[in-house]
Design a protein around this ligand. Structure first.
Ligand SMILES: [Cu+2]
Length: 136
């Protein structure tokens, strides 16, 4: 009987010692790495800005013996296109620029104006056809 008590006592003590073991500590968090990279943070050059620098074009109709519209204002470098909607021929005549282009019925003529100024033009065939082009 004493032996049994001794065994129980040993088991209890053993159990106590097992419970008394310190809890397993979590591993220290010393392994975190902070990697700072600058690659790829440069803003990429914007696309499509080239298109905005293309000279614009403006169309003037030659219709019913009139320039339509008969007065336009465009920035320098703009291409102006005259389209003859009539069946008869007209001209685009800038006396001050030495331009005198015949435009047959259904045809067209275009010119890029680079120099700012106010230019009167006309149709050399029909004196009532006059227009004004302002280049800024
Ligand atoms: Cu004309």
């Amino acid at each position: 009987m004493k032996r049994l008590i001794l065994v129980l006592l040993i088991l209890v003590l053993a159990g106590c010692t097992q419970q008394a073991q310190p809890a397993q500590q979590t591993a220290p968090q010393g392994g975190q790495q902070y990697v700072i990279t600058h690659a790829g943070q440069q803003p990429a050059p914007a696309q499509g800005q080239q298109a905005a620098q293309q000279p614009a074009s403006v169309t003037v109709r030659m219709q019913n013996y009139k320039f339509v519209p008969n007065s336009i204002t465009v920035p320098a470098g703009t291409e102006v296109i005259w389209v003859n909607m009539d069946s008869v021929g007209h001209t685009v005549t800038f006396d001050s620029l030495g331009i005198d282009e015949s435009v047959s019925g259904g045809g067209q003529y275009s010119h890029v104006f680079d120099k700012p100024g106010t230019y009167n033009y006309r149709c050399a065939i029909h004196p009532s056809m006059i227009g004004i082009l302002v280049v800024t």
